[in-house]
Design a protein around this ligand. Structure first.
Ligand SMILES: O=C(O)CCC(=O)C(=O)O
Length: 356
């Protein structure tokens, strides 16, 4: 008799650091294997016991205060992520030495998994946080963080440190496990059939198809959990029905072969020693006071704000990017090419989502 295929989970699998692994400063072979299997199968991995919760509490206290201060500056849809006025980016206090925790910003157990997944010589790519505003009702569209021809291989991992329990009530992220596998730009919506790059959003047809097999679900993980996500995994920011901001720090890593664009990520000199302790970080290192002035200016139409690094493959004039060489002259060759006739166009695309 042929048995029915095992149903794949819609919540993330965990690896849990033991006292012996902590003492040895590395994951055991067995946990590393489990971590690799989960990350390759699901595009998301949850890890326990790798960060001191007191460090997360201290960061939460500081960042909640900042979130309230910067809220008043968020006046336009382009100040929010994906043009939905419920979730914005926020810099952690990288210029405060008392809050520069090694187990958050340069975590050895995270690095071991990242190096195993992305290959040797990983680089730090960015540091930010996602703040889901309290008492909100709107959700983001299902998307990939890739409004360009992303490589068809694991090229970037995002480490997420939720600063509280992560529940559907406070707006935990909706993840679509396994969606990173074989995903291409054909699964994304385009502004026009001649647009050089797609938008982040996944097409309704692909969403409908995936709902039949492995739907997205808001995850439930306890405070202290650290998540690693393949950047190709579909996901969405969700409304937060509680009275408190839900903050999640994000530390991104890229593979050695992923280009480092001239429009670099900006970080304060105070953090340089820690951020480059275990991985190179090809950032613009600004004097602390200079960084502080721009550190919360994440809006898509900011002229001199802080930006996520320009994405390779973004052609001049599309979105905010000017090609990874800064002029558009440097080509971006990868297998992820969509023919014009295969592009699914959304003429009603929310232009606030891409700063256009
Ligand atoms: O904050 C979250 O849960 C996810 C936000 C997100 O995916 C985004 O802003 O692109």
């Amino acid at each position: 008799m042929v048995s029915a295929p095992t149903k794949l989970p819609t919540q993330p699998g965990f690896i849990m650091l033991s006292p012996e692994e902590r003492e040895a400063g590395k994951w055991s072979r067995a946990n590393l294997q489990r971590g690799m299997e989960l990350l390759h199968r699901d595009g998301l991995l949850a890890m326990s016991n790798i960060v001191d919760k007191d460090h997360l509490v201290a960061l939460r206290e500081s960042m909640l205060e900042t979130a309230k201060e910067i809220r008043a500056d968020k006046t336009k849809l382009t100040d929010f992520n994906h043009g939905v006025a419920t979730n914005h980016l926020q810099s952690p206090p990288l210029n405060d030495p008392s809050l520069l925790y090694e187990d958050v910003f340069s975590n050895n157990f995270v690095h071991q998994i990242v190096r195993s997944y992305l290959g040797p010589d990983i680089q730090m790519a960015f540091i930010t946080a996602n703040t889901a505003l309290p008492n909100t009702k709107d959700r983001q569209p299902v998307h990939k963080d890739a409004p360009w021809a992303h490589p068809l291989a694991p090229y970037m991992l995002n480490t997420n440190f939720p600063l509280s329990d992560f529940t559907p009530e406070n707006g935990s992220t909706e993840f679509w496990l396994g969606s990173h596998l074989n995903t291409t730009n054909e699964e994304q919506l385009w502004r026009t059939s001649s647009s050089p790059t797609p938008t982040c959003d996944v097409t309704p047809a692909c969403i409908a198809e995936r709902l039949k097999t492995r739907p997205g679900e808001q995850i439930r993980v306890p405070f202290g959990t650290v998540l690693l996500r393949d950047m190709r995994t579909w996901h969405a920011g969700m409304p937060n029905s509680t009275d408190t901001e839900r903050i999640m720090i994000a530390v991104g890593y890229s593979s050695s072969w992923y280009p480092s664009p001239p429009q670099k990520f900006k970080a304060p000199l105070a953090a340089k020693e820690l951020l480059t302790k275990r991985t190179p970080a090809d950032f613009d290192w600004l004097p602390d006071a200079e960084w502080e002035k721009i550190s919360q200016r994440w809006g898509l139409d900011e002229k001199d704000g802080i930006f996520l690094p320009a994405s390779p493959g973004m052609a001049p004039g599309s979105g905010t990017g000017k090609g990874w060489d800064g002029t558009g002259a440097e080509p971006w060759d990868c297998l992820n090419v969509t023919a014009e006739q295969d592009k699914v166009v959304n003429p009603n695309f929310n232009t606030a989502a891409i700063g256009a």
